[in-house]
Design a protein. Sequence first.
Length: 327
Amino acid sequence: MEIGRMTRLLFFSLLCALCAGPICLAQDSPVCNCKPLTVTVRTAAARATDTVPIQNFAFTNDPITINVGDTVTWTNNDSVTHEPVSDTGAFDTGPIAPGQSASFTFTSAGTYSYHCSIHPFMKGTVIVAAPAPPTLRNLTATAKINTPFTYTIAATGAAPIAYNAVVPAGLTLNGAVISGQFTTAGTVTIPLTAANSLGSDAQNLVVTVVASNSNDLSGTWTGKLKSKHFSQIGATLKSENDTVSLTLMQAGGSLSGTLIVTGLSGAASYAVSGETGHTNLWLSGNSTTKALVTSVHLNKSNNTMTGIGIVTNPDGDEEIAMSLKKQ
């Protein structure tokens, strides 16, 4: 009998020590003043378990997002019984008494809306995602010569994802981050890979490297366009629902690139070439049905360009005015 009492004393002493609370013992009614303790145990081979506490007549941690094969456990912290039930009958945990828990494992992807069958105003959602192989994204970048460059490889898909890259001289790869400096202008292609337990993806990062001086016009310029027909004598240029994207590459004083004008009737693309001075640039180009001549003044103080020009359409010439900002 004495041995059994000593065993109980040792057990409750250890339990209270783990709970960081004082030891309070009566002759045969040991009491531990412990704080509530929630423990989630996962192993490398085990599926994840996610907990949805039920408190104050609400499903907290809502909505919850899990992967296929994961288990959701509802723990009732209220003083009354609750019963989570799928709106479509996909699951029913059964009644959960105060202080008790119930679980369900989701084996199919989808969005599961549910409610409490006893208190229908209580609603929740479980989003079950299908694990997927990685897909690389954000595969373009811009850099300047002899200027620190940083790019973080990114991909969608189930974690963990391992990244790799074949980087040129002057750059290094640390985890998913490519950093370093380029020494010459041009277009640089960097092969990237991303892999997880479900598969892999291999694509190229395309980096446009431009000169670092303030006179360089290489890059993408976007903005708006106003226009009028020359037949509208005295008319004011009116705003159109047109956006402009001008992509330029500069080599010395020579320019080449593409001008895209997008409006209600669609997009028109022009291959352009030209030359630049200290404050002005001249571009010309044509397509099968249109010709373009424009003269653009560059405002170097805030990386903006404004310009006027002529667009020749089958139905007549138009005067245009563009306002662009470098991206």
